[in-house]
Design a protein around this ligand. Structure first.
Ligand code: PMP
Length: 368
Protein backbone atom coordinates (compact mmCIF):
# COMPACT_ATOMS: atom_id res chain seq x y z
CA UNK A 1 0.00 0.00 0.00
CA UNK A 2 1.23 3.50 -0.83
CA UNK A 3 2.26 5.71 2.08
CA UNK A 4 -0.41 8.34 2.78
CA UNK A 5 0.89 11.87 2.33
CA UNK A 6 -0.57 14.92 4.05
CA UNK A 7 -2.59 16.91 1.49
CA UNK A 8 -1.93 20.61 2.10
CA UNK A 9 -2.88 22.22 -1.21
CA UNK A 10 -5.45 25.04 -1.41
CA UNK A 11 -8.22 22.65 -2.39
CA UNK A 12 -9.16 19.91 -2.53
CA UNK A 13 -8.39 19.44 1.16
CA UNK A 14 -8.53 16.42 3.41
CA UNK A 15 -11.99 15.71 4.79
CA UNK A 16 -12.99 14.52 8.24
CA UNK A 17 -13.55 10.72 8.45
CA UNK A 18 -17.23 11.34 9.31
CA UNK A 19 -17.62 13.28 6.05
CA UNK A 20 -15.92 10.49 4.10
CA UNK A 21 -18.14 7.92 5.76
CA UNK A 22 -21.25 9.81 4.64
CA UNK A 23 -19.79 10.07 1.14
CA UNK A 24 -19.20 6.33 1.02
CA UNK A 25 -22.65 5.28 2.23
CA UNK A 26 -24.75 3.42 -0.36
CA UNK A 27 -26.13 5.81 -2.97
CA UNK A 28 -29.80 6.52 -2.50
CA UNK A 29 -32.49 7.90 -4.80
CA UNK A 30 -32.55 11.66 -5.24
CA UNK A 31 -36.26 11.48 -4.38
CA UNK A 32 -35.86 9.28 -1.26
CA UNK A 33 -37.37 10.92 1.85
CA UNK A 34 -34.05 10.81 3.75
CA UNK A 35 -32.22 12.45 0.88
CA UNK A 36 -34.86 15.18 0.58
CA UNK A 37 -34.43 15.87 4.31
CA UNK A 38 -30.63 16.02 3.95
CA UNK A 39 -30.83 18.38 0.98
CA UNK A 40 -33.26 20.66 2.85
CA UNK A 41 -30.98 20.62 5.91
CA UNK A 42 -28.01 21.63 3.76
CA UNK A 43 -29.91 24.58 2.30
CA UNK A 44 -30.98 25.77 5.76
CA UNK A 45 -27.46 25.34 7.19
CA UNK A 46 -25.97 27.25 4.25
CA UNK A 47 -28.03 30.30 5.27
CA UNK A 48 -26.44 30.01 8.72
CA UNK A 49 -22.87 29.51 7.53
CA UNK A 50 -23.19 32.38 5.01
CA UNK A 51 -24.98 34.49 7.69
CA UNK A 52 -27.71 35.29 5.21
CA UNK A 53 -31.11 34.43 6.73
CA UNK A 54 -33.15 35.76 3.80
CA UNK A 55 -30.90 34.45 1.01
CA UNK A 56 -31.75 31.79 -1.55
CA UNK A 57 -29.22 28.95 -1.44
CA UNK A 58 -28.41 26.77 -4.47
CA UNK A 59 -26.54 23.45 -4.42
CA UNK A 60 -25.40 22.15 -7.79
CA UNK A 61 -23.29 19.27 -9.01
CA UNK A 62 -20.18 20.99 -10.31
CA UNK A 63 -17.08 22.89 -9.26
CA UNK A 64 -16.52 26.46 -8.12
CA UNK A 65 -16.30 27.65 -11.72
CA UNK A 66 -19.89 26.47 -12.19
CA UNK A 67 -20.92 28.59 -9.19
CA UNK A 68 -19.21 31.59 -10.84
CA UNK A 69 -20.92 30.71 -14.12
CA UNK A 70 -24.32 30.40 -12.50
CA UNK A 71 -24.10 33.89 -10.98
CA UNK A 72 -22.82 35.33 -14.27
CA UNK A 73 -25.37 33.57 -16.49
CA UNK A 74 -28.35 34.63 -14.40
CA UNK A 75 -27.35 38.19 -13.58
CA UNK A 76 -25.79 39.42 -16.82
CA UNK A 77 -27.67 40.46 -19.94
CA UNK A 78 -25.86 41.45 -23.14
CA UNK A 79 -24.58 45.02 -22.89
CA UNK A 80 -24.59 45.15 -19.06
CA UNK A 81 -21.59 46.84 -17.54
CA UNK A 82 -19.58 44.86 -15.00
CA UNK A 83 -16.67 45.90 -12.83
CA UNK A 84 -14.29 43.08 -11.89
CA UNK A 85 -11.92 43.70 -9.02
CA UNK A 86 -9.04 41.32 -9.66
CA UNK A 87 -6.44 40.32 -7.12
CA UNK A 88 -5.21 37.41 -9.21
CA UNK A 89 -5.98 34.51 -11.51
CA UNK A 90 -9.57 33.95 -10.39
CA UNK A 91 -10.53 37.61 -10.73
CA UNK A 92 -9.21 37.54 -14.30
CA UNK A 93 -11.23 34.37 -14.91
CA UNK A 94 -14.39 36.18 -13.80
CA UNK A 95 -13.77 38.92 -16.34
CA UNK A 96 -13.52 36.34 -19.17
CA UNK A 97 -16.61 34.54 -17.93
CA UNK A 98 -18.79 37.67 -17.79
CA UNK A 99 -17.70 38.69 -21.30
CA UNK A 100 -19.11 35.36 -22.57
CA UNK A 101 -22.55 36.55 -21.47
CA UNK A 102 -22.14 39.83 -23.32
CA UNK A 103 -21.07 42.02 -20.42
CA UNK A 104 -18.89 45.06 -21.04
CA UNK A 105 -16.24 44.40 -18.46
CA UNK A 106 -13.90 46.86 -16.75
CA UNK A 107 -11.12 45.23 -14.74
CA UNK A 108 -9.56 46.95 -11.76
CA UNK A 109 -6.42 44.94 -11.25
CA UNK A 110 -4.17 44.87 -8.22
CA UNK A 111 -0.43 44.27 -8.47
CA UNK A 112 0.47 40.69 -7.44
CA UNK A 113 0.32 40.47 -3.65
CA UNK A 114 -1.59 43.71 -3.28
CA UNK A 115 -5.25 44.48 -2.77
CA UNK A 116 -7.45 47.21 -4.20
CA UNK A 117 -8.45 50.14 -1.99
CA UNK A 118 -12.19 50.93 -1.67
CA UNK A 119 -11.61 54.51 -2.86
CA UNK A 120 -10.17 53.17 -6.14
CA UNK A 121 -13.34 51.14 -6.65
CA UNK A 122 -15.55 54.09 -5.76
CA UNK A 123 -13.74 56.36 -8.24
CA UNK A 124 -14.68 53.94 -11.04
CA UNK A 125 -18.25 53.45 -9.79
CA UNK A 126 -18.71 57.23 -9.89
CA UNK A 127 -17.88 57.36 -13.60
CA UNK A 128 -20.03 54.55 -15.00
CA UNK A 129 -23.43 52.96 -14.39
CA UNK A 130 -22.36 49.41 -13.56
CA UNK A 131 -24.90 46.66 -13.03
CA UNK A 132 -22.51 44.24 -11.40
CA UNK A 133 -19.34 44.17 -9.33
CA UNK A 134 -17.32 41.03 -8.64
CA UNK A 135 -14.61 40.56 -6.04
CA UNK A 136 -12.57 37.52 -5.03
CA UNK A 137 -12.60 37.24 -1.23
CA UNK A 138 -9.37 35.22 -1.20
CA UNK A 139 -7.63 34.84 -4.54
CA UNK A 140 -6.05 31.40 -4.38
CA UNK A 141 -3.31 32.44 -6.80
CA UNK A 142 -1.93 35.17 -4.51
CA UNK A 143 -3.31 34.37 -1.01
CA UNK A 144 -4.51 37.98 -0.87
CA UNK A 145 -7.72 38.59 1.08
CA UNK A 146 -9.98 41.51 0.16
CA UNK A 147 -12.20 43.03 2.84
CA UNK A 148 -15.75 42.55 1.50
CA UNK A 149 -17.38 45.07 3.91
CA UNK A 150 -16.65 48.26 1.95
CA UNK A 151 -17.56 46.41 -1.26
CA UNK A 152 -21.05 45.65 0.05
CA UNK A 153 -21.45 49.26 1.17
CA UNK A 154 -20.40 50.55 -2.25
CA UNK A 155 -22.81 48.12 -3.94
CA UNK A 156 -25.68 49.53 -1.90
CA UNK A 157 -24.59 53.16 -2.39
CA UNK A 158 -24.30 52.85 -6.18
CA UNK A 159 -27.12 50.33 -6.73
CA UNK A 160 -24.73 47.68 -8.08
CA UNK A 161 -25.16 43.91 -7.57
CA UNK A 162 -22.14 42.57 -5.70
CA UNK A 163 -20.79 39.06 -6.24
CA UNK A 164 -18.20 37.65 -3.87
CA UNK A 165 -16.16 34.69 -5.08
CA UNK A 166 -15.81 32.92 -1.76
CA UNK A 167 -14.43 29.66 -3.17
CA UNK A 168 -11.31 29.96 -1.03
CA UNK A 169 -12.94 31.67 1.96
CA UNK A 170 -16.41 30.42 2.95
CA UNK A 171 -16.18 28.62 6.32
CA UNK A 172 -12.56 29.70 6.77
CA UNK A 173 -12.75 33.51 6.73
CA UNK A 174 -15.19 35.89 8.41
CA UNK A 175 -18.44 36.22 6.45
CA UNK A 176 -21.66 38.11 7.16
CA UNK A 177 -23.34 38.18 3.76
CA UNK A 178 -26.61 39.90 4.76
CA UNK A 179 -25.08 42.38 7.21
CA UNK A 180 -22.39 43.33 4.70
CA UNK A 181 -24.95 43.69 1.90
CA UNK A 182 -23.29 41.27 -0.54
CA UNK A 183 -25.74 39.93 -3.13
CA UNK A 184 -24.13 36.65 -4.12
CA UNK A 185 -21.57 34.63 -2.20
CA UNK A 186 -20.43 31.53 -4.04
CA UNK A 187 -18.13 28.66 -3.20
CA UNK A 188 -17.28 25.02 -3.86
CA UNK A 189 -17.27 21.97 -1.61
CA UNK A 190 -13.56 21.14 -1.72
CA UNK A 191 -12.08 24.03 0.24
CA UNK A 192 -12.84 25.34 3.72
CA UNK A 193 -16.17 23.49 3.75
CA UNK A 194 -14.10 20.31 3.96
CA UNK A 195 -16.01 18.11 1.49
CA UNK A 196 -14.47 16.39 -1.56
CA UNK A 197 -14.79 18.28 -4.88
CA UNK A 198 -18.04 18.20 -6.84
CA UNK A 199 -20.48 20.73 -5.43
CA UNK A 200 -21.02 24.34 -6.49
CA UNK A 201 -22.77 26.40 -3.81
CA UNK A 202 -24.29 29.88 -3.85
CA UNK A 203 -26.45 32.05 -1.64
CA UNK A 204 -28.30 34.84 -3.47
CA UNK A 205 -29.89 37.92 -1.89
CA UNK A 206 -33.57 38.82 -2.48
CA UNK A 207 -32.35 41.89 -4.42
CA UNK A 208 -30.33 39.78 -6.87
CA UNK A 209 -33.20 37.28 -7.26
CA UNK A 210 -35.45 40.20 -8.18
CA UNK A 211 -32.94 41.46 -10.75
CA UNK A 212 -32.93 37.97 -12.27
CA UNK A 213 -36.76 37.79 -12.25
CA UNK A 214 -36.91 41.09 -14.15
CA UNK A 215 -34.54 40.03 -16.94
CA UNK A 216 -35.57 41.02 -20.44
CA UNK A 217 -33.84 38.02 -22.04
CA UNK A 218 -33.42 34.42 -20.82
CA UNK A 219 -29.96 33.48 -19.49
CA UNK A 220 -27.64 32.30 -22.25
CA UNK A 221 -26.98 29.03 -20.42
CA UNK A 222 -29.58 26.26 -20.16
CA UNK A 223 -28.08 24.27 -17.26
CA UNK A 224 -27.44 27.30 -15.05
CA UNK A 225 -30.82 29.03 -15.50
CA UNK A 226 -32.35 29.63 -12.04
CA UNK A 227 -35.76 29.07 -13.67
CA UNK A 228 -34.88 25.37 -13.63
CA UNK A 229 -33.21 25.22 -10.23
CA UNK A 230 -35.21 27.57 -8.02
CA UNK A 231 -38.27 25.24 -7.92
CA UNK A 232 -35.95 22.32 -7.08
CA UNK A 233 -34.33 24.16 -4.16
CA UNK A 234 -37.77 25.22 -2.91
CA UNK A 235 -39.14 21.69 -3.22
CA UNK A 236 -36.24 20.16 -1.29
CA UNK A 237 -36.64 22.72 1.45
CA UNK A 238 -40.36 22.02 1.67
CA UNK A 239 -39.65 18.27 1.82
CA UNK A 240 -40.99 17.40 -1.63
CA UNK A 241 -39.42 15.27 -4.37
CA UNK A 242 -38.39 17.16 -7.46
CA UNK A 243 -36.13 16.84 -10.50
CA UNK A 244 -34.33 18.93 -13.06
CA UNK A 245 -30.83 17.39 -13.19
CA UNK A 246 -29.63 14.55 -10.96
CA UNK A 247 -28.02 15.94 -7.80
CA UNK A 248 -24.68 14.59 -6.54
CA UNK A 249 -26.47 12.45 -3.95
CA UNK A 250 -23.43 11.18 -2.03
CA UNK A 251 -21.76 14.59 -1.94
CA UNK A 252 -24.91 16.19 -0.54
CA UNK A 253 -24.90 13.60 2.26
CA UNK A 254 -21.25 14.48 2.94
CA UNK A 255 -22.03 18.20 2.85
CA UNK A 256 -24.74 17.75 5.45
CA UNK A 257 -22.26 16.15 7.86
CA UNK A 258 -19.66 18.83 7.22
CA UNK A 259 -22.06 21.77 7.63
CA UNK A 260 -23.25 20.28 10.94
CA UNK A 261 -19.65 19.98 12.12
CA UNK A 262 -18.95 23.57 11.08
CA UNK A 263 -21.94 24.89 13.02
CA UNK A 264 -21.09 22.71 16.03
CA UNK A 265 -17.56 24.11 16.07
CA UNK A 266 -19.06 27.63 15.88
CA UNK A 267 -18.40 30.05 13.02
CA UNK A 268 -16.36 32.50 15.12
CA UNK A 269 -14.32 29.69 16.64
CA UNK A 270 -13.70 28.19 13.21
CA UNK A 271 -12.51 31.47 11.73
CA UNK A 272 -10.32 32.02 14.80
CA UNK A 273 -8.76 28.55 14.38
CA UNK A 274 -7.91 29.34 10.74
CA UNK A 275 -6.56 32.75 11.74
CA UNK A 276 -4.38 31.45 14.57
CA UNK A 277 -2.91 28.62 12.49
CA UNK A 278 -2.27 30.93 9.52
CA UNK A 279 -0.55 33.67 11.49
CA UNK A 280 1.65 31.21 13.39
CA UNK A 281 2.52 29.54 10.06
CA UNK A 282 3.49 32.88 8.50
CA UNK A 283 5.63 33.65 11.54
CA UNK A 284 7.47 30.33 11.18
CA UNK A 285 7.91 30.75 7.42
CA UNK A 286 9.28 34.26 7.78
CA UNK A 287 11.64 33.02 10.51
CA UNK A 288 13.09 30.68 7.87
CA UNK A 289 13.91 33.75 5.80
CA UNK A 290 11.20 33.05 3.20
CA UNK A 291 9.07 35.81 1.65
CA UNK A 292 5.36 35.70 0.95
CA UNK A 293 3.37 37.02 -2.03
CA UNK A 294 0.89 39.16 0.00
CA UNK A 295 2.69 42.39 0.83
CA UNK A 296 1.16 42.70 4.32
CA UNK A 297 -0.11 40.42 7.04
CA UNK A 298 -3.38 42.33 7.21
CA UNK A 299 -4.29 41.23 3.68
CA UNK A 300 -2.91 37.68 3.98
CA UNK A 301 -5.51 34.93 3.80
CA UNK A 302 -6.21 32.60 6.69
CA UNK A 303 -6.99 29.76 4.30
CA UNK A 304 -3.73 29.51 2.35
CA UNK A 305 -0.24 30.96 2.06
CA UNK A 306 1.74 31.82 -1.08
CA UNK A 307 5.47 31.65 -0.45
CA UNK A 308 8.46 32.44 -2.70
CA UNK A 309 10.80 29.49 -3.18
CA UNK A 310 14.00 29.64 -1.17
CA UNK A 311 16.74 31.29 -3.19
CA UNK A 312 18.98 28.99 -5.16
CA UNK A 313 16.58 26.03 -5.04
CA UNK A 314 14.96 24.82 -8.25
CA UNK A 315 11.15 25.00 -7.96
CA UNK A 316 10.45 21.49 -9.28
CA UNK A 317 12.97 19.81 -7.03
CA UNK A 318 11.78 21.80 -3.99
CA UNK A 319 8.20 20.55 -4.45
CA UNK A 320 9.51 17.02 -4.96
CA UNK A 321 11.54 17.24 -1.72
CA UNK A 322 8.54 18.52 0.26
CA UNK A 323 6.58 15.61 -1.19
CA UNK A 324 9.37 13.23 -0.24
CA UNK A 325 9.06 14.58 3.30
CA UNK A 326 5.41 13.45 3.28
CA UNK A 327 3.53 16.64 2.44
CA UNK A 328 1.78 17.68 -0.78
CA UNK A 329 1.83 21.42 -1.46
CA UNK A 330 0.90 23.25 -4.67
CA UNK A 331 2.95 25.15 -7.25
CA UNK A 332 2.32 28.83 -8.05
CA UNK A 333 -0.59 29.83 -10.28
CA UNK A 334 -0.14 33.43 -11.40
CA UNK A 335 1.01 33.09 -15.03
CA UNK A 336 3.92 35.56 -14.71
CA UNK A 337 5.20 34.31 -11.37
CA UNK A 338 4.22 30.69 -11.18
CA UNK A 339 7.74 29.30 -11.16
CA UNK A 340 8.80 31.62 -8.33
CA UNK A 341 6.42 30.56 -5.56
CA UNK A 342 4.43 27.71 -4.06
CA UNK A 343 1.17 27.53 -2.12
CA UNK A 344 0.16 25.81 1.08
CA UNK A 345 -3.51 25.33 1.86
CA UNK A 346 -4.56 25.45 5.51
CA UNK A 347 -8.31 25.21 5.65
CA UNK A 348 -11.10 22.88 6.65
CA UNK A 349 -10.21 20.37 9.37
CA UNK A 350 -6.59 21.54 9.51
CA UNK A 351 -4.87 21.53 12.92
CA UNK A 352 -1.61 22.59 14.58
CA UNK A 353 0.06 19.23 14.04
CA UNK A 354 -0.65 19.41 10.26
CA UNK A 355 1.00 22.84 10.21
CA UNK A 356 3.98 21.52 12.17
CA UNK A 357 4.38 18.76 9.56
CA UNK A 358 4.38 21.31 6.72
CA UNK A 359 6.97 23.52 8.41
CA UNK A 360 9.18 20.54 9.09
CA UNK A 361 8.87 19.31 5.46
CA UNK A 362 9.84 22.80 4.22
CA UNK A 363 12.78 22.93 6.64
CA UNK A 364 14.02 19.52 5.48
CA UNK A 365 13.73 20.60 1.83
CA UNK A 366 15.84 23.66 2.61
CA UNK A 367 18.47 21.38 4.11
CA UNK A 368 17.83 22.66 7.66
N1 PMP B 1 -12.34 30.96 -7.37
C1 PMP B 1 -11.35 30.74 -6.49
C2 PMP B 1 -10.97 31.82 -5.56
C3 PMP B 1 -10.73 29.49 -6.47
O1 PMP B 1 -9.74 29.26 -5.59
C4 PMP B 1 -11.12 28.48 -7.36
C5 PMP B 1 -10.45 27.12 -7.36
N2 PMP B 1 -9.17 27.04 -6.96
C6 PMP B 1 -12.15 28.78 -8.24
C7 PMP B 1 -12.74 30.00 -8.22
C8 PMP B 1 -12.61 27.75 -9.23
O2 PMP B 1 -13.11 26.66 -8.56
P1 PMP B 1 -13.06 25.18 -9.20
O3 PMP B 1 -11.63 24.83 -9.40
O4 PMP B 1 -13.73 24.35 -8.14
O5 PMP B 1 -13.82 25.25 -10.48
Amino acid sequence: MKEKKLLMIPGPVESDPAVMQALGAPTTSHTAPDFITSFGNCLRMMRQVWECPDGQPFIMAGSGTLAMDMAGANLVEPGDKALVVSTGYFGDRYADLLRRYGAEVTVLKAEPGETVEPHEIEEILETTDFKLLTVTHVDTSTAVRVDPRPIGELGIKYGVITILDGVCSVAGEELYQAEWGIDVVLTASQKALGVPPGLALLVVSPKAMEVWENRKTPPGNFYCDWKHWLPIMKAYEEGNPSYFGTPAVNLVAALEVSLKMILEEGLDERVMRHKTLASEFRRRIKALGLKMIPVEDSISANTLSAIYYPEGIDSGSFLAMVNQAGVIVAPGLLPDLKTSYFRVGHMGQVNASDMENVVSAIEKSMGL
